[in-house]
Every structure is written in C-alpha cells, then in structure tokens.
Write a protein that binds this ligand. Structure first.
Ligand SMILES: Nc1ncnc2c1ncn2[C@@H]1O[C@H](COP(=O)(O)OP(=O)(O)OP(=O)(O)O)[C@@H](O)[C@H]1O
Ligand SMILES: [Mg+2]
Length: 246
C-alpha cells in the first residue's frame, strides 16, 4: 500500500498537532555522532525548561537509551502509547519494544514500523520533538520528509575526507527536496581545517560551530550528570532550536 493511502498517515498528523517544531538530527554518514547530539540536545532543552520529546528512529541500532542510561521498559498503553518521561524528556524508542533483539527492517516493513510508532505515540504538547535519524538517506529519511511536513533537519558533519562528501550529498538532497535546514554542526573536530564551515557556506546553510573530539564523552554515556559537564552539552545548549522555526 502506498504511504498516502495508508489511513495511519491521517492519525500521524493528529498525534503531532501539539508539537511546535520537529527537528531531525541527521548527516548521512554513520558514526558521526547523530545519536549523542540528538540525545544531549533533548537533555539540554529539557534542562532549560522546554517541553521536549526524543524519538529514536534507528530501528537497527537504537542507542539514545544508552546515552541517557535509561532502562527499556515497555511503554504504558491507553488509547495509544505514552512516551517514557526521563530527565524531563518524553522519550520513545523501538528499543522499548524490541528488548535485546535486533530489528532488521527494509523497504515497506521499515515504513510500516515508522508509521505505526508515529500513529500510536501520544506526544501531547511539545515545544520541540527531536528525531534521532538512522545513518543513510534512504527509507526512514525519505519517509519522515514525506510524513512530517513541518520537519527541519539539523545536520551533523565532520571535516574528514571520508565524511565530507557524504555530508555534501545530504545537503544537496535536502536542498533539492526543499527540506528546511537549521544548519550544519561539526562534531569530533580534530584539526583546524575549515571543510565543514566552507561546505555550509557553499550550500547557504548556517554553520553551527564545532564540538571537539572529547575523550571524556565515553565515560559520560549513561550518566546524565556527567553528560551535562561535557563540551558536547555546552555546544548543543546554544543551538537555535528552542524557539519558533526561523
Ligand atoms: N564529540 C565527540 N567526542 C568523542 N566521541 C564522540 C563525539 N561524538 C560522538 N562520539 C562517539 O562516537 C561514536 C558514534 O556516535 P553516535 O552513535 O552518536 O553516532 P551516530 O552518527 O548516531 O552513529 P549511527 O550512524 O550508527 O547511528 C560513539 O561512541 C560516541 O560516543
Ligand atoms: Mg545513531
């Protein structure tokens, strides 16, 4: 069945009616820090008093619960599913349903799982819903662009030569699809090159600054108090996502 014919698409719009901004953290390349950025951003927004949701959309390798150190409890069900409230964040993850099993989905199955979760989750009133996107630009990325008309992307990139071309392709695609972009955040910066800033300029998107490679981050995963002390937390706290869309 095509997405537009699926009755759940109507329900999705109703479920998200109380959400002011939907911010997808993406970047095309794997392992670039999308999950730690998305999760720490949600934490920083909650700490600053925003009503924030966090939706881990990486069906194969959900990891936001690991970053926050939260246990995988099955969510409460009553006319839909309530996200878990953790550290002031309303959080939903496929990991809450899948336990220890991996969920390798492709094509229509991935689309259906996404639709189902969007259709059943009761987000209520939120200032920002942060989506942690899986790596790559295929199924889930194209589906959220199609399903969530107000979506904005925040791209995570890196100046490494094995990353920069991938980020460029993402910028090109989102520009072609006319998806609003909040900007490009450089992560795990090691050298003093300007590759990411230059790429942002070339595509006319905001350069959101650089998070250095932080050897302390690994030890802070799963411990929100330590996470709040990291360079990453400081950097995401200044990102322009708290207010209305620009
Ligand atoms: N600024 C940083 N300093 C040090 N380590 C970092 C930094 N950013 C991310 N990492 C580490 O890099 C690894 C990959 O991060 P993460 O899982 O967030 O990437 P991802 O883009 O979500 O990956 P995937 O594409 O698999 O979803 C993790 O071990 C994370 O702790
Ligand atoms: Mg990830």
């Amino acid at each position: 069945m095509g997405l537009d014919l699926d009755p759940r698409t109507v329900v999705v719009a109703e479920r998200l009616a109380g959400v002011s901004r939907v911010v997808g953290v993406t970047g095309s390349k794997g392992g670039i820090g999308k999950s730690v950025v998305a999760t720490t951003l949600a934490l920083a927004l909650a700490d600053s008093g925003s009503r924030v949701g966090l939706f881990d959309l990486d069906f194969t390798s959900p990891s936001d619960h690991v970053v926050l150190g939260v246990e995988r409890r099955f969510p409460k069900e009553e006319f839909g599913i309530d996200p878990h409230r953790v550290y002031g964040i309303d959080m939903m993850s496929v990991a809450f349903f899948s336990g220890d099993a991996s969920v390798p989905l492709r094509g229509e199955a991935a689309t259906s799982a996404l639709l189902e979760l969007l259709a059943i989750t009761r987000w209520g009133e939120l200032d920002v819903l942060v989506l942690d996107m899986p790596p790559g630009l295929s199924d889930t990325t194209l589906d959220v662009i199609h399903l969530l008309p107000g979506l904005e992307f925040l791209l995570v990139g890196n100046g490494s030569r094995v990353v920069i071309e991938s980020v460029r392709r993402a910028l090109q695609l989102f520009a072609e699809l006319k998806v609003p972009m909040i900007g490009l955040l450089e992560n795990m910066q090691r050298g003093a090159d300007h590759n990411v800033a230059d790429l942002a300029t070339r595509y006319g998107v905001a350069y959101l600054g650089a998070v250095p490679y932080d050897p302390e981050l690994e030890g802070a995963l799963g411990d929100v108090d330590r996470l709040r002390q990291t360079e990453l937390y400081r950097a995401v706290s200044t990102l322009p996502v708290a207010g209305p869309p620009s």
